[in-house]
Ligand binder design. Structure first.
Ligand code: NAD
Length: 333
């Protein structure tokens, strides 16, 4: 079948290879002319300079990409999702199934991608929504290394459709879920804790400190997921703990790297700039802080990270505030 991908960066082009391996035809839309040329003329992945299947094509035309298929994979950074969808809504001719693979929360509104799709795509233009997330570095999937993902939808038949579309018996195992809120929120909030983990490493703290912050950070992710109406078990699954394990200690993670820079004393702007790619975890920290206040959820690690991100405390002071809180028993719920 034909599948369209909006956003041909690290992840979008990698998923194009997965879909091609599974016998589908893929058209990618990107705004970066160099990426389009690399894909069309050299059959190269734009980020990893690895050969990708010749049948993968790219274009800068949104209309052509929307006309190509009724299955649309959304793989642009969350901060531009609304504007891209707004443009899509004006060009769509037949109802589309939206598969969101980006992980993030919209800056300024703290909305999840499913909420943005609901707001920007008229009902007549959409046939369903699925979020596909989990522990997956593009750097490994492009090499066809064994990976797992979870496809969540309010419509079980759509989740199963996406499971079969992406599952590959050689290297990609896809599970289904009915918890869109949990999968979207877990995928976004693990980036916040990945930054915290990076900060700890950047400050020169040891493995003990990182294990402490990641483990207690998982509890905070669970609290946020549940406060927003998601399920606790989703946060303990692939889209929560799973994704945190793969992100919170890997130099492949731009969020971990950004945290590392912050821990070494860089400003937020310098830390993001040094990573060069989009860092969604900074926004996740801000959103987590706001959610904590709104729903009265105790989030000491996210709050400490927020102090560093908004510049009110440096990492050392934020750590001191965290460690000097009143003593507690270890509860996970
Ligand atoms: N890289 C990974 O390993 C990975 C894995 C799983 C999920 N994700 C998620 O996928 C999303 C994309 O990540 P990525 O790593 O591919 O990022 P990326 O920066 O490599 O790619 C994003 C692409 O979107 C394009 N783009 C930017 N603004 C656009 C616009 N207005 N219209 C159309 N295209 C636009 C860019 O040109 C770029 O090619 C993120 O939310 C990320 O969390 C990434």
């Amino acid at each position: 079948m034909n599948v369209s991908i909006l956003g041909g960066g690290s992840w979008g082009t990698t998923l194009a290879q997965v879909l091609t391996d599974n016998g589908n035809n893929v058209l990618i839309r990107d705004i970066n002319k160099d990426f389009i040329n690399k894909i069309n003329n050299n059959h190269l992945h734009p980020f990893f300079d690895l050969i990708i299947p010749e049948s993968i094509k790219a274009t800068d035309s949104l209309e052509e990409t929307l006309d190509f298929s009724d299955v649309i994979v959304l793989c642009v950074p969350t901060k531009v999702t609304r504007s891209v969808l707004n443009e899509c809504n004006k060009l769509i001719k037949t109802p589309k199934l939206f598969i969101n693979v980006s992980k993030g929360i919209e800056p300024s509104t703290s909305k999840r991608v499913s909420e943005i799709v609901d707001e920007e795509i008229s009902e007549k233009n959409r046939s369903g929504y699925v979020v596909l997330s989990g522990p997956s570095h593009a750097e490994e999937v492009i090499l066809r290394k064994v990976t797992s993902l979870v496809a969540a939808s309010n419509d079980d038949s759509k989740a199963k459709f996406v499971q079969e579309l992406f599952n590959n018996e050689k290297y990609l195992r896809v599970y289904t879920s009915d918890d869109v809120i949990g999968v979207e929120t877990g995928g976004a909030m693990k980036n916040a804790i990945a930054i915290v983990s990076g900060v700890a490493s950047g400050m020169g703290l040891g493995e003990n400190a990182r294990a402490f912050l990641i483990t207690r950070g998982i509890k905070e992710i669970v609290s946020i997921v549940v406060a927003l109406g998601g399920k606790m078990e989703t946060a303990y699954g692939l889209a929560g703990i799973g994704d945190l394990i793969v992100t919170a200690s890997s130099m492949n993670s731009r969020n971990f790297q950004c945290g590392l820079n912050l821990g070494k004393g860089m400003s937020v702007e310098e830390a993001i700039h040094a990573v060069t790619q989009n860092v969604e975890g900074i926004r996740a920290i801000e959103a987590g802080y706001e959610i904590g206040k709104k729903y009265n959820v105790e989030l000491p690690i996210i709050n400490a990270a927020y102090q560093v991100v908004n510049g009110s405390n440096n990492a050392k002071e934020a750590l001191h505030n965290l460690l000097s809180r009143s003593l507690k028993s270890e509860k996970y719920w």
